[in-house]
Design a protein around this ligand. Structure first.
Ligand code: FES
Length: 286
């Protein structure tokens, strides 16, 4: 519940990118006030005002860090964005620590008419690190799709990917089709998904209206993760740019995607839920 709130589900908007505007704006304001104190030393209280802008900046940065950390813990450990997100988090912690030191240094200089060199240099370094961290944050959103659209999903997203090999279940190498049992699907609730990798092919399995549907995990537009998408009727909506696909047929029902999804038939075999892998989707050892 609290996690949903911090991910912005009630707002239908991620919270961390919304809050980071406050510390970024306040730290830059603080630097501008420092520079103004050098250009216009006769204007009163510029150094003091810069101090308070920085103080409020640190407080808002700590607020923004909480939903940011929740978003971080939600990134799959096998996702390439995890490293970028770790670098983004470390840089942000460094920035806050640096501004904390800066605040301590300048706390005895509030009556000065010009900002001294040391706190000014600390502010310049702080803004440089903040810019680098902001660049990484932008990459996480625009390149990696982190926090894009996931707040729309009402049910939990799958944490891990299951791994199978079709060869393990084949009667022999000439078998027409292979049925791979996925007992984990029995635990799915309505509109929940799981993710399975079969010989390098990643498949999302969803439960809708008490039936199971298998379809390719990666969206045909820019490879958004469909196992993290939201469902409307029999449509899965990609969390990245909102393309919709009918999970029964794989047909695109709303762009920007133009290419249909590959689908996989789900069948009950010997009382087990199985995904049907046709021969052209199988790797053989021949
Ligand atoms: S990746 Fe763009 S809509 Fe799916």
């Amino acid at each position: 519940m609290l996690k949903d709130f911090l991910e912005g589900k009630p707002l239908r908007h991620p919270v961390h990118p919304l809050l980071v505007h406050f510390p970024i704006g306040l730290f830059i304001l603080s630097l501008l006030l420092d520079l103004a104190s050098l250009a216009f030393p006769s204007v009163p209280n510029l150094v003091r005002d810069s101090f308070y802008a920085m103080l409020v900046g640190i407080i808002t940065a700590l607020f923004a860090a909480v939903p940011g950390f929740v978003d971080y813990t939600d990134i799959r450990s096998d996702h390439p964005a995890k490293r970028t997100a770790t670098a983004h988090m470390i840089l942000n912690l460094l920035v806050v620590a640096l501004y904390g030191i800066n605040l301590g240094v300048r706390s005895s200089m509030l009556a000065d008419s010009k900002i001294p060199l040391l706190p000014l240099v600390l502010s310049l370094v702080g803004v440089a690190l903040l810019s680098a961290s902001g660049y990484l944050g932008g990459r996480l959103v625009y390149d990696e799709g982190i926090s894009v659209g996931r707040h729309k999903r009402r049910t939990p997203t799958p944490e891990d990917t299951l791994h199978f090999s079709a060869a393990h279940f084949a009667q022999n190498e000439q078998s027409d089709v292979v049925f791979i049992p996925v007992p984990e699907a029995e635990r799915l609730q309505e509109k929940e998904t799981l993710r399975a990798e079969i010989d390098g092919q990643v498949i999302a399995i969803a439960k809708i209206d008490n039936h199971f549907y298998g379809f390719q995990e990666f969206c045909t537009h820019r490879s958004g993760p469909l196992s993290e998408g939201s469902f409307e009727g029999f449509n899965v909506q990609c969390p990245w740019h909102n393309s919709c696909f009918d999970v029964r047929t794989g047909k695109v029902t709303n762009g920007p995607a133009k290419v249909d999804l590959k689908t996989f038939k789900m069948e009950m075999r010997d009382g087990k839920i199985c995904v049907r892998i046709p021969p052209k989707n199988r790797k053989t050892n021949a």
